[in-house]
Ligand binder design. Structure first.
Ligand code: ACM
Ligand code: ZN
Length: 762
């Protein structure tokens, strides 16, 4: 028996001795993503200089990773024996599955592949002290709780995306990002390499892509909706050399991460067209874009453009061993094609119906080229327009409709709907959040995501490969900012794609995130921490109204004030809902016994005549933007200004809606204030007018004509020469959808969204 085993045995015996009269209790480990099964066993494995590790070439990546993790993270040097052993087990069907068995004398990893072993190692890593992450431990002996974990992923595609077109990040940062994916058992890095605002991959045959397309003259400052637009006046850009790309791909391989490059076509091509104007329809000289949005200068469908794209793809496929090449396909306005002689000739010569079928021709021609080279294409869900290329995989981003359509056509899909997967959206309603594109996607909503659309039959479910979180970087100029937006939402996404839904529990997850944050600190990852935030809800029951506060972390408490002051340790402890019978400002925060932990929550309740009354809407809000339901429109609380997806905003897609409020009895109504969101970049448009009807008698049409603001306020004033108010019990408000998004705007040709928040009745 080795010295190490004697130590382990004595630790085990003293453990038994110490526990003799006590019930055995061991903490369930706090692993993210949560494994399929975890059984705690008695005893500890002691990791120190006496421990050895053995693995053959089958497990080279995972064995090397573990050895380096232990040896670089601590003073421990491993011997060569099988205290930690890797066993090939062909009975484990899922090639990414594993069993990790920690016994007092041995750690055994059973798996069919190195990938499975790699994920066992990532689990073991999370059982080791966080100090191993940055070699800050002085311990020479680590006790690891004995346990048995069996585990396998739910989905085979588990991805994170990064846009390096809008902003670019160092090779070291890309590796750090890949490291984080791998730690969370994600296996795909979708690298968005070309954009209107910059071309970021070296293509040797086309040097102007490096000289010109990789640089823009300046960059928009502030939010796109801030008018007038202002620019920083600074040249910005760069690109990854092919050597750097190879280095990153090799690095990712050593973590079982596949890198899928995205070369956007036919849209988001303005940078390439600025370098080679003949790639566009008009041949005119355009600049690399300096602001965000969708641009009309897309690739022309003439043969010369295909020659260019094929040359580019030839170089790309030599750099990326991945089965897939992402060819974009999204947001390609057809304006230039409509007036281009060559594109119109192409439509005629190919017998196509219109420009949408020309888009299909474009994608299919590229698919045929890539298929012949042994590659498959993946594209954003617009590739469904005008017919789907025969072998394409669809990345569903505009909701889940594209996925459903594609799966019904027996095409593979990857789920990345904006509602649950766009990590460029705000994650908190705090006013001091850094500027984001818009929207609202808190951690809990990511966590709640089910990648399987409910419309699919049992047979169609097989086409859902998995899901992915997206990081579009218009508003993320630095790597710290990317990390802030990616974490902790990436943790939630890892559990969405890896863990069994039966094992998912949000409260339990947040406790594990609290623990995991310390590991992220050790890794110098700049995560956002909204764990100690409070949410509030106005509740009306039996003619009384009260305000409930809650927080997800359970072992902390809430203190609040009603006088506008900041809550502190002496403020009133929240134990039950706060009664509300007048307008009120509530401030609250989460505390432990020593200090305040999170930001101060502040809610102003505007107690108006509609609060607590009855409201019905003839259409159900879209399931991704159903907020706190229709009642949220008369709960005294307005939605936040820039976050249309918070629970006070209700979203309807392309539908005319009719809202009816029953005030219970006839009362004087002087004014009605309502508000619509107006975020064109997110396809959200205030209606052109609304109609208001009182007790089915009087109908008024209110025209909304000023529509460049983020929120569009509507005031209905019932005062006129004859009267000061309207006596009514019922208020009906008809809100027609804006209609089809006009040409030249983002999402042109699609239905517009309507977003509405509080209806204030006075
Ligand atoms: C996308 O967000 N345009 C795919
Ligand atoms: Zn053309």
């Amino acid at each position: 028996m080795s010295f190490k085993k004697i130590v382990a045995l004595s630790v085990f015996i003293s453990f038994l001795f110490n526990c003799k009269s006590e019930e055995y209790r061991a903490e369930i480990p706090q692993i993210i993503p949560i494994p399929s099964t975890q059984t705690i066993n008695k005893g500890y494995f002691v990791l120190d200089d006496n421990v050895g590790i053995s693995y053959d070439d089958t497990f080279k990546i995972s064995g090397d990773f573990l050895r380096h993790f232990i040896e670089n993270g601590s003073e421990i040097k491993l011997k060569n024996n099988n205290d930690i052993q890797f066993i090939k087990d062909e009975t484990i069907n899922n090639k990414e599955g594993y069993t990790l068995d920690i016994q007092p004398y041995q750690i055994s990893i059973r798996t069919n592949t190195d990938q499975g072993a790699f994920y066992a190692v990532q689990t073991l890593r999370q059982l080791l002290p966080k100090e191993f992450e940055n070699n800050s431990t002085s311990e020479e002996k680590i006790s690891i709780q004995c346990m048995t974990i069996t585990d396998e992923p739910q989905f085979k595609y588990r991805g994170m995306h990064l846009d390096v077109g809008r902003h670019m990040f160092s090779v070291d940062f890309i590796k750090k990002y890949i490291d984080a994916l791998a730690m969370l058992k994600m296996n795909t890095f979708h690298w968005h390499l070309t954009e209107d605002q910059g071309w970021r991959i070296e293509i040797k045959k086309y040097p102007k892509l490096q000289e010109l397309a990789a640089f823009r003259n300046e960059t928009l400052i502030g939010h796109y909706s801030d008018q007038p637009h202002q620019f920083d006046g600074k040249r910005y850009g760069g690109f990854y050399t092919q050597e750097e790309v190879k280095d990153i791909v090799t690095y990712a391989q050593s973590r079982h991460v596949t890198v899928i490059p995205e070369i956007e076509l036919p849209g988001h091509a303005q940078a390439a067209i600025s370098a080679y104007p003949d790639l566009g329809c008009t041949g005119e000289q355009v600049d690399v874009a300096t602001k965000w949005g969708v641009f009309e200068h897309i690739y022309c469908s003439k043969d010369e453009t295909f020659n260019f794209l094929e040359d580019v793809l030839d170089e790309v496929i030599t750099l990326f061993p991945s089965e897939y090449i992402h060819i974009g396909g999204d947001e390609a306005p057809k304006t230039k094609w409509k007036t281009c002689k060559q594109c119109q000739n192409r439509i005629k010569s190919e017998g196509l119906k219109d420009e949408h079928e020309l888009q299909n021709y474009f994608i299919t021609r590229i698919e045929t080229y890539l298929n012949a080279k042994g590659k498959q294409i993946i594209g954003w869900d617009e590739i469904l327009e005008g017919g789907l290329a025969p072998n394409a995989t669809v990345m569903s981003w505009r909701g889940t409709k594209g996925a459903v359509e594609a799966a019904k056509q027996k095409h593979n899909v990857v789920m990345t709907p904006t509602s649950h997967c766009y990590f460029d959206y705000y994650q908190s309603t705090n006013a001091d959040e850094p500027t984001a594109i818009g929207g609202f996607l808190p951690l809990e909503k990511v966590y709640s995501f089910n990648p399987i659309p409910e419309e699919l039959t049992e047979d169609e479910v097989q086409y859902v490969l998995g899901a992915q979180g997206n990081i579009w970087t218009e508003y993320m100029p630095t790597q710290e900012h990317v990390e802030y937006m990616a974490f902790p939402r990436m943790l939630a996404m890892s559990e969405v794609v890896w863990s069994k839904s039966d094992n998912k529990d949000y409260t339990n997850f947040t406790q594990r995130v609290e623990h995991f944050n310390k590991r992220l600190d050790a890794l110098s990852i700049n995560y956002a921490n909204h764990l100690y935030e409070i949410s509030g809800e106005l509740v009306s029951k039996n003619n009384t109204t009260s305000y409930q506060l809650s927080t997800t972390i359970q072992d902390k408490h809430i203190r609040f004030t009603l006088d506008g002051s900041e809550p502190n340790l002496a403020s009133e402890l929240y134990t039950q809902a706060i009664p509300i019978n007048t307008s009120q400002t509530i401030k609250a925060a989460v505390f432990n016994s020593e200090k305040r932990l999170g930001a101060v929550f502040s809610e102003t309740i505007n107690y108006h005549k509609g609060v607590g009354k009855t409201i019905t809407i003839n259409k159900t809000p879209h399931k991704s933007y159903s907020g706190s339901g229709p009642q949220g429109l008369i709960n005294g609380i307005s939605g936040s200004d820039s976050r249309y997806g918070d629970k006070e905003w209700l979203g309807f897609w392309g539908e005319d809606i009719e809202i009816t409020i029953d005030l219970g009895e006839k009362i004087d109504v002087y004014t009605i204030d309502m508000r619509f969101y107006n975020g064109e970049g997110q396809w959200i448009y205030a209606p052109k007018y609304v109609n208001v009807i009182y007790d089915d008698l009087e109908e008024r049409k209110i025209i909304l004509n000023k529509r460049n603001e983020l929120q569009h306020d509507v005031k209905i004033n019932n005062q006129n020469k004859q009267r000061k108010s309207v006596l009514t019990r019922y208020i009906k408000i008809k809100v027609p959808n804006y209609g089809t998004i006009p040409d030249g705007k983002q999402g042109a040709g699609n239905k517009a969204w309507t977003f509405i928040d509080e209806i204030i009745i006075n």
